[in-house]
Write a protein that binds this ligand. Structure first.
Ligand SMILES: Cc1ncc(COP(=O)(O)O)c(C=O)c1O
Ligand SMILES: *[C@@H]1O[C@H](CO)[C@@H](O)[C@H](O)[C@H]1NC(C)=O
Ligand SMILES: *[C@@H]1O[C@H](CO)[C@@H](O)[C@H](O)[C@H]1NC(C)=O
Ligand SMILES: *[C@@H]1O[C@H](CO)[C@@H](O)[C@H](O)[C@H]1NC(C)=O
Length: 432
């Protein structure tokens, strides 16, 4: 015990002698709960059953159960690799200029009046999560008067779990669910949704899924969106769109952006967090875009200057590879068309799996109604299986799905769909 003691954190001062020297500063760190969806994937990997199926993770899979690098992405990656003019210098804090400005075909539309009127700015972000994070940090600091941690933030019930985490970590103290899913009817609870908006304090923040709602696969219709926009406007609520699945809902980028474009056309100020993880298959490249639409352009430079400050302390400068791939694809008409084709390939496979799953369940006269399997859209389906049935699926059938009953339709293939359908039949027949 003759080594000199290193300086110790204050709370260890009660200890003395050798024992204190071997105590770690981290002794009191509690174990955090695992992120459910990654835990599920880990359990799946450890399972050695030959028929195991992973319906948990939110990523596209081919009919051979493999991840898919979009052919257009492969092509553009080769172009980037050959391009001698590119280097790995830092990007500007707010992102790659071509990415931020590349013809706004996707979210707002090429001919968006808001863009013509110069009332739109954007920040390149680390995925959709990063866009939500920068938006939430900005709102906490500057929305409706400064540093207002008491402003209610409404998220759909249920929602992607990270919405809660991102807004509460940004400092918001009052995060509330708004009614969205009607479990009995297996559809949208529009009445509850509208009522919760009516009851919300003016200037509350509402996080809305732009399309292909995660986890329910249930979106408002255009008529329903109109009613929602109407209340948002009247009650001066702030809309924060989360667009993570554009193209997956209908196969058409245009259709899937309808709600965003409609809200913009109604003159609402809003944020929109775009993710390119799913529709470009660029999950680990972390490509996202935060769009800010304002009533007039005058305030936008100041808004962006604050966002720049926030980005500087979080990731300082965004990565370039994914943004270059997206920008190159969007700015070339040929590549853009090819990408749309790739998106449609993914969306069509999901649609096929939906109709096959439904018809197999109907053919077996599986107890319950199954229309919702094809009524729901996007990557996910909220099956209606209860937690006990989910447990049965995992333990007895080696089919992994979220406790909420959410399944990723892309996890189904022509090879495993019979087994999955029979297992669902068995689970709902045997387990109440
Ligand atoms: C609703 C929703 N929003 C945002 C994201 C964020 O995507 P990423 O940060 O991977 O781009 C996801 C991803 O699963 C999502 O489901
Ligand atoms: C990012 O958002 C802005 C504003 O909506 C838009 O002009 C731009 O095209 C977007 N970038 C991409 C790659 O979609
Ligand atoms: C913001 O408000 C919270 C709660 O009122 C307070 O704890 C915090 O110090 C404030 N932060 C700043 C930067 O003013
Ligand atoms: C927002 O600001 C307005 C005007 O100052 C105020 O009346 C309102 O209570 C604030 N709302 C919230 C949710 O902070």
């Amino acid at each position: 015990c003759s080594f000199p003691s290193p300086p110790r954190p204050a709370h260890f001062s009660a200890f003395s002698g050798c024992f204190a020297d071997v105590m770690s500063t981290f002794t009191e760190v509690p174990q955090a709960a695992p992120v459910a969806v990654f835990k599920l994937t880990a359990d799946f990997r450890e399972d050695s059953h030959p028929k195991k199926v992973n319906l948990g993770v939110g990523a596209y899979r081919t009919d051979d159960c493999q991840p898919w690098v979009l052919p257009v992405v492969k092509k553009v990656e080769r172009m980037i690799c050959e391009d001698q003019s590119l280097n790995h210098e830092y990007l500007p804090i707010l992102g790659l200029p071509e990415f931020r400005s590349s013809a706004s075909k996707i979210a707002l539309g090429d001919d968006s009046p808001a863009i013509k009127e110069q009332r739109v700015k954007r920040v390149q972000s680390l995925g959709g999560t990063g866009a939500l994070k920068i938006g939430a940090e900005f709102l906490r600091r500057w929305y409706n008067g400064t540093n207002n941690t008491a402003t209610p933030v409404y998220v759909s019930a249920p929602t992607w779990e990270n919405h809660n985490g991102v807004f509460s970590d940004a400092g918001f103290k009052d995060i509330r669910p708004y009614r969205y899913w009607d479990a009995a009817r297996r559809g949208l609870d529009l009445t509850g949704f509208l009522e919760d908006m009516e009851k919300a304090p003016e200037h509350s923040i509402f996080v809305l899924h732009a399309c292909a709602h995660n986890p329910t696969g249930t979106d408002p219709s255009q008529e329903e969106w109109k009613k929602i926009a109407d209340v948002m406007k009247r009650k001066k609520l702030f809309v924060f769109f989360d667009s993570a699945y554009q193209g997956f809902a209908s196969g058409s980028l245009e259709k899937d952006a309808w709600a965003i474009r409609f809200f913009v056309s109604e003159g609402l100020e809003l944020f929109c967090a775009q993710s390119f993880s799913k529709n470009f298959g660029l999950y680990n490249e972390r490509v996202g875009n935060l769009t800010v639409v304002a009533k007039d352009g005058d305030n936008l430079n100041r808004v962006l200057s604050q966002m720049e400050k926030i980005v500087r302390t979080i990731w300082s400068n965004p990565p370039s590879q994914g943004a270059r791939i997206v920008a190159k694809t969007l700015t070339s008409p040929e590549l853009f068309a090819e990408w749309q084709g790739n998106v449609k390939t993914m969306a069509d496979r999901v649609l096929l799996m939906r109709s096959e799953l439904k018809s197999k369940l109907l053919a077996m006269t599986t107890p319950g109604t199954w229309e919702h399997i094809t009524q729901q859209i996007g990557m996910f389906s909220f099956t209606g299986l209860n937690p006990k049935q989910v447990e049965y699926m995992i333990k007895e059938k080696h089919i992994y799905l979220m406790a909420s009953g959410r399944i990723n339709m892309c996890g189904l293939t022509t090879k495993n769909i019979d087994y999955v359908a029979e297992s669902i039949h068995e689970a709902v027949s045997k387990v109440q």
